[in-house]
Design a protein around this ligand. Structure first.
Ligand code: GLU
Length: 317
């Protein structure tokens, strides 16, 4: 795998593989239903499925539709159909995050009780202005490190965005199974992040941590674009008294311009109307994961079984 360097992280070595999870393996694929699977999301699904099968574990699918306005009606069903057509069968009924809000609320209340939450009324524009006053230059679409404008304002919890109150020193380290040791000081590199938006929607950071805990997930295998979120999620797990799973971040599939495949970059959907294109997509996804580029001559199931063996023989175990 060739990995683009991420300046926020200290790259570790492959010798740090292993994370000491002692519970039975439970993995998951957690797509946001913003559109159909494309080669990039298929590669992530395949990687997490192979890892679960290679460990003799359980593999779940969770539809991450917590950000309801961004969800595209019907995309969830389409994704499930695509996974099935590709032979990536799940072991338990899929879960939709939109059905899980009571659990997110309970976790939030737990954090409120231990005084880890405060209300915030800043708009993005106000945050940008406050940062500019401090001399911080801001690029378009950049994630902003919240300057804690509302930290001591004691705003009511109702009708406001809710942020986590980070301690002064908040350095989190974890060992990615491929990338090795990662360290991030979330206080200085991320800032107090939002757990519930002003419109009442829970954020991905809170939802993913609560769901991974409730579903007993032991191994998270996902795209490298989420690497910079992991420290935040580990911090939340610690605040909520949850166990931390093991992490493996997979390389992203990019287009000719070097951009991550996504709806924004107009990635083409995996076409499941033709057997040939399903086979071709699976081969390309496997090849992207560093597996051999052998065409599927027998059934998809036979080919997947070979890929499980190949995965077991590699350094991912
Ligand atoms: N829903 C996220 C996405 O589609 C993935 C979340 C995760 O795997 O933690 O990018």
């Amino acid at each position: 795998m060739t990995r683009p360097s991420n300046p926020q992280f200290n790259q570790g070595t492959r010798s740090e593989i292993g994370h000491g999870v002692d519970r039975p393996y439970r993995g998951r694929f957690a797509p946001s239903p913003t559109g159909p699977l494309h080669l990039g999301s298929l590669a992530t699904a395949l990687g997490s499925w192979l890892d679960a099968r290679a460990h003799g574990g359980t593999w779940l699918v969770r539809i991450e539709d917590v950000d309801t306005p961004r969800s595209v009606p019907g995309a969830d069903r389409l994704i499930l159909d695509q996974l099935q057509a590709c032979g990536l069968e799940w072991d338990e009924a899929p879960v939709w995050q939109s059905q899980q809000t009571t659990h997110y609320q309970n976790a939030l209340e737990q954090l409120i009780t231990i005084d880890r939450i405060y209300g915030c009324q800043c708009s993005r524009k106000q945050i940008e202005e406050a940062l500019q006053k401090e001399g911080v230059s801001i690029a378009a679409n950049q994630e902003l490190i919240y300057p804690r404008t509302c930290h001591d304002r004691k705003l009511p919890i109702q009708n406001h965005a809710l942020r986590i109150r980070l301690p002064h020193e908040c350095q989190i380290s974890f060992t990615d199974r491929d990338l090795g040791k990662q360290t991030q000081d979330i206080n200085t590199q991320v800032g107090d992040f939002v757990l519930r938006r002003a419109d009442g929607l829970f954020t991905y950071q809170l939802a993913v941590v609560v769901d991974d805990h409730l579903q007993g997930i032991t191994h998270i295998v996902r795209g490298e674009d989420l690497l910079s979120n992991t420290s935040r999620q580990i911090y939340l797990q610690q605040c909520l008294g949850y166990q931390t799973p093991s992490y493996l971040h997979l390389p992203l599939v990019t287009n000719d311009a070097g951009e991550k495949l996504s709806k924004q970059t107009k990635a083409t959907a995996v076409d499941i109307t033709r057997t040939e294109s399903i086979r071709e997509s699976l081969c390309r996804a496997a090849n992207h994961l560093g597996l051999q580029n052998d065409p599927i001559s027998g059934s998809i199931t036979q080919w997947l079984n070979l890929k499980v063996q190949e995965w077991q023989e590699r350094h991912f175990m």
